[in-house]
Design a protein around this ligand. Structure first.
Ligand code: FE2
Ligand code: FE2
Length: 198
């Protein structure tokens, strides 16, 4: 009797709207979206005049990149290393992450107004652009040809990302002229009991 034909609005293929269904993205799409997001932050940084805005954007850049690098290193790179032949790609990517982290640490402990601060953000942006290009054009291209379960990997990446973001991003870290800025990631790491050395 109950004509149950009308299925309630159930969006099966969110092809148009790819907003918050991030959990369903495969690993490559998720990482790619991170890349785009951080790229747009670098663009914003460049266009902004206000020091306050610059500080906030730089902080967000550092925060996002650190989380991104961490999920790649913990989850994506090891999985890729198992799956692809060209391990060099992963070695190089890991070294690039280290250099990026070094710059990130310098940016986190600096502030706008210092000429070098802007230079560092700019160089980090160029560096990341290069790194992303290699990841997307070489690493991702190879990974896509393997039998890796990219959906499952995407879920793990997303779960870890959310965990890291929830770990301490709420403090608004660099409050301005407070001195003794600690860097949001160290705070996050401490918050999670990760005290990750250096
Ligand atoms: Fe990377
Ligand atoms: Fe990446």
């Amino acid at each position: 009797m109950a004509a149950r034909k009308k299925t309630p609005a159930r969006k099966k293929s969110p092809s148009k709207k790819r907003s918050s269904s991030a959990a369903q993205r495969d690993a490559l799409a998720l990482l790619r979206a991170d890349h785009q997001e951080v790229q747009s932050l670098f663009d914003k940084f460049e266009k902004t005049r206000s020091d306050d805005r610059k500080a906030a954007i730089a902080e967000q850049i550092c925060n996002e990149l650190t989380v991104h690098a961490q999920i790649e290193e913990e989850i994506f790179y090891p999985a890729a290393r198992e799956a692809i032949r060209e391990k060099d790609l992963l070695d190089e990517a890991t070294v690039e992450h280290q250099s990026a982290k070094d710059l990130i640490a310098q940016i986190e402990s600096g502030k706008p107004g210092d000429e070098l601060f802007e230079a560092k953000v700019k160089v980090l942006g160029e560096y990341i652009r290069h790194h992303v290009k290699e990841e997307q054009n070489e690493l991702f291209a190879q990974v896509r040809k393997t039998k890796l379960d990219l959906k499952a990997l995407g879920e793990r990446l997303m779960a870890r990302k959310q965990e890291l973001m929830a770990g301490g991003g709420s403090e608004g870290a660099r409050g301005g002229a407070e001195g003794g800025e600690e860097g949001i990631m160290s705070k996050m790491a401490r918050g999670m009991g990760l005290a990750s050395g250096t």
